[in-house]
Design a protein. Structure first.
Length: 77
């Protein structure tokens, strides 16, 4: 199956309208068998299904990542 190379994850940000983070596909797969995507820093990680279901993944101790309000494929470089 072909998966998008990038996704935009939009999170609710209390101090502004929204916070958008672009994540790119890695070679790893999550527990559901779908690709793991991460941002350039490696801090934001998510397993994303073709239907847009997201499972956020902690990349360090004491993280409690929230779910994005919007998930959209972004195949722009």
């Amino acid at each position: 199956m072909d998966y998008p190379e990038h996704y935009e994850l939009v999170f609710h940000a209390p101090a502004s309208d929204a916070d958008t983070i672009v994540v790119h596909r890695t070679e790893r797969a999550g527990a559901g068998g779908y690709p793991i995507y991460e941002d350039d820093s490696g801090i934001v990680r998510a397993e994303i299904s073709p239907e847009g279901d997201v499972r956020m993944m902690a990349s360090g101790g004491h993280q409690d990542p929230g779910l994005p309000t919007v998930v959209r494929p972004d195949d722009e470089p």
